[in-house]
Structure formats: C-alpha cells, structure tokens
Design a protein around this ligand. Structure first.
Ligand code: ARG
Ligand code: ZN
Length: 437
C-alpha cells in the first residue's frame, strides 16, 4: 500500500510539473496601476533591473503593469510594490495551471500533418525528449507534425511555387530553412517574413506557417500576387529556444547557446543581438536576464543566418515582417530611440491600411506606431537592423494576439482566427508592393 501511495504521489507530482527548467508551481502574475510619477519611476527601475519577468511593461500612469513572479519571488515583489504605495492584485493565480491548460491539447490527437488547431515544434534532434504526456509524440514512433518536416512536404508537393533551402544550422544543430514562395523569378520585389525569434511566443510560428499555407495551398486565389511578388519565409528563427519551450521551459525566451563565461546562463535575447546600436537601450549584459544582448553583436549563430539571408535579398526586398506576441501592435522603427525615421509617414500609412483590413476579419484592434513610442526603447532588434543597415524601407515588428488575457499561452483555438486576420493584413501589404514596385 505504501508503495502504491508513493507511486500516486509521484505521478501527481510529475503531472503537476509543467516542465523542467523554470519551476512554475506557485508562480503568479501581479498587476499594479501606477497613479503617480514616482510610482511609475519605481516600476521602470524594477523593469530595468531585469530580476522579474514583466508581462506588461510600465509605460504611462493609469496603465496596468503585469509582473510574473515565481513562488520564491512573490513575497519580495509584493513587499517592494507595497513600499511604493502600489496595491498589487493577483491576476493569474496559478501560472503553472495556465501553462498546463494550453499544453494539454498539444499533440494529443497524434496528428499526421501540421494543422493549425494545435502548436507544433520545429525539429527533433537526437537528445532524448521526455516530459509531459502531451509530448509523447517526441519519444514514440508517431510521425510528429514538426514544422520543418511539413515545410519539406509542402515544397515537394508544390515545386512550381516553392523553393526550400537549408540556409544554416542553429547552435544545437537544427536546420534553418528558407522557403521562397512565388512564380515571378528572383528579380521581383520581395517580402521577407520571420517568426519564432522569441521562443515562448508560440502564436508567431503558428501564424507564419498559416500564412505560408494560405498562399501555397490556395494559390489560385492569389495568382496575381504570386506572379508579381516573392515571399521569403523563415517560420522559426530561434529553433533551439522554441523547441526548448516545448520540452523544458514553456516560458523560455532566449536562444540556447552555452554561457560565454563561467557562471553565466545559457542563451541570449535574439532580438537584442543585432549589430545596430547594440546594447544601447532596453537590454542587459547580465546573461541570466531575459533581455541579455549577447556577448557581442551577432554572437548568436541563428541571427547570423537570418542576417545573411536579409543581406543576400536586400536589393529586392521591400518589406520585412517579424512576428512576436503579444499586445496587438503593428510597429515600425526605431526601437533604439524615440526619434522617427524620416520616411515614417510612409510606414505608418501602410501599417494603418494593413491593420484596417485585419480588423475587418474578426474585429481585432491593433495599435500602430514606432516601437519605442508604442512599447519601450530596445536596441539591437532585427527590425532596426533591417532598416538601418540592410536598407529595407518597410520594416515592421508585429505583436500578435492577445492583449494580456492569455499572455504567451494563447489557446490553440485562436490560431486560425489569428492566421486569417493576419493574412488579410499581408494581402494589403503584398498588393501595395505589387503596385508600387
Ligand atoms: N517585444 C519586442 C521585443 O522586446 C519588441 C521589439 C520592437 N523592436 C525593437 N527594435 N525594439 O523584442
Ligand atoms: Zn517577442
């Protein structure tokens, strides 16, 4: 009986543990609303210190700020907030539970090909995947609906439209693929689209693959676009981090490179690692912090791979889109400064047209503006580099759904609606490119 009880307890513990890595049991999110300038300043100080994971950053007085705190941080954080006269409210009482709820659907149906009713990982490398019941697909002989495998199949089914190239390898050896969709020849104007730069933002690769699928499997509806514009897709540009968020730590953000110095932590924030005003704002040189900019500009091999493709394609590429979550924002440079690029009005106009079409699909509202002015200053981002160095005119960072109800764990049932509305925005942009260039 004793053994039986022990087994039951063990099973319960295993099931209740969302993932290895970060321990989420007892983690909560606390929300506060700064009412005075002093309180706002205190929150910004806390945000800059990088000790806590801010899920909604301090911006203005009267605007709610959400902070995730692990069990061991809750007391200390509550005390710190109360010292500033803030009244923390618990918004998500059980982060572990929230993560579990989303994960329960993943792979559970043993899908044979990629679909947009669940989230899918990138590519399984040899290390022995274990974890939750929901992830058994890794370990078993079931054909896992991995993104890379799906892309290869799609490209071979549609050779008239698709060119698939492996353009590099991640730190841990995952292939990084570029899928070109179009039938116009290489000199046509291009739109470059990437996703998955931040591991835990799962709606990003899901939406990007949805866009690919729409263009390719419904190509007759988009014939005019496909013959005048080339689409370049890289759905998961931080594949190690992305897969790690499936197997080990659902809330992982960075890459998975080894610490550059002893005692450091793994990985860097891939969107602080680009060589344009690197390390100037909204970034840390502490490797254990989520927005660590890396040991040097382009220290992360995955970003070198994307940089090289953007460089190769820069003369024809007119638009660069990079998908994140969450917040529902369509943002343009600069991210390193509050100043605006001199052609900002052109970028603003196209963004407004795009989000207008997006809203018409399901009523979802997106905010438009420069990323510094819309969220916060953060340098070393891919969007700033694409504009400032590669010279691509229309660069956007898109924060997909939602506004902070589900944070990074957007329910799988919202993948398709997100994909549909984002596709409407992409069509506006593609039509603009077609008629302008
Ligand atoms: N949430 C994104 C990030 O933190 C926004 C990036 C906007 N672009 C920028 N260059 N700061 O990476
Ligand atoms: Zn992001």
């Amino acid at each position: 009986r004793c053994t039986m009880n022990t087994l039951l307890v063990l099973a319960a513990v295993l099931l209740a543990t969302p993932a290895r890595g970060q321990d989420l049991s007892g983690a909560k999110t606390l929300s506060v609303v700064p009412q005075t300038e002093a309180q706002l300043k205190e929150l910004i100080k806390l945000f800059d210190a990088g000790q806590y994971d801010f899920w909604r950053e301090p911006r203005d007085m009267g605007m709610s700020v959400d902070i995730m705190a692990t069990a061991s941080q809750v007391q200390e954080l509550t005390a710190a907030l109360e010292r500033s006269g803030l009244k923390p409210q618990v918004k998500v009482d059980d982060v572990a539970q929230m993560v579990m709820r989303q994960n329960s659907g993943v792979y559970s149906r043993g899908a044979r090909s990629l679909d947009w009713e669940d989230y899918h990982d990138s590519y399984t490398v040899s290390r022995q995947p274990t974890r939750l019941d929901g992830f058994t697909c890794h370990a078993s002989s079931l054909p896992c609906p991995q993104i890379n495998r799906w892309m290869a199949q799609l490209a071979s089914d549609h050779p008239d439209l698709c060119t698939l190239e492996t353009v590099g390898k991640s730190y841990e050896g995952r292939p990084m693929n570029l899928l070109t969709v179009g039938k116009g020849g290489a000199d046509k104007p291009g739109i470059f689209i990437d996703g998955g730069i931040h591991a835990r933002e799962w709606i990003s690769p899901a939406t990007v693959t949805f866009l690919v699928n729409q263009l390719v499997t419904n190509s007759s509806a988009h014939d005019d676009l496909l013959s005048s514009v080339n689409f370049y897709f890289m759905p998961v540009i931080n594949p190690d981090g992305y897969d790690y968020s499936f197997t080990d730590d659902r809330l992982w953000r960075k890459t998975r490179s080894e610490p550059a110095s002893p005692g450091g932590c793994s990985g860097a924030d891939a969107n602080r690692n680009w060589d344009f005003h690197w390390m100037e704002a909204g970034t840390s040189n502490d490797s254990c912090v989520d927005n660590y900019g890396g040991s040097a500009p382009f220290s992360e091999v995955e970003m070198q791979v994307v940089r090289d493709q953007l460089t190769r394609l820069r003369n024809t590429t007119k638009v660069y889109l990079t998908f994140h979550s969450y917040g529902q924002k369509w943002m343009y440079p600069w991210g390193y400064t509050a100043a605006l690029p001199e052609d900002w009005q052109d970028l603003d106009r196209l963004a407004r047209d795009a989000v207008g079409a997006l809203k018409a699909v399901h009523g979802t509202r997106y905010q438009v503006g420069s990323s510094t002015r819309t969220i916060y200053a953060a340098s070393g981002g891919s969007d700033d580099w694409a504009k400032g160095v590669a010279g691509i005119k229309y660069c956007y960072t898109v924060e997909l759904r939602d506004l902070g109800t589900h944070y990074f764990t957007l329910p799988p049932s919202l993948i398709i609606p997100s994909g549909q509305e984002t596709f409407a925005a992409l069509k506006v942009i593609a039509n603009f490119v077609k008629k302008t260039y």
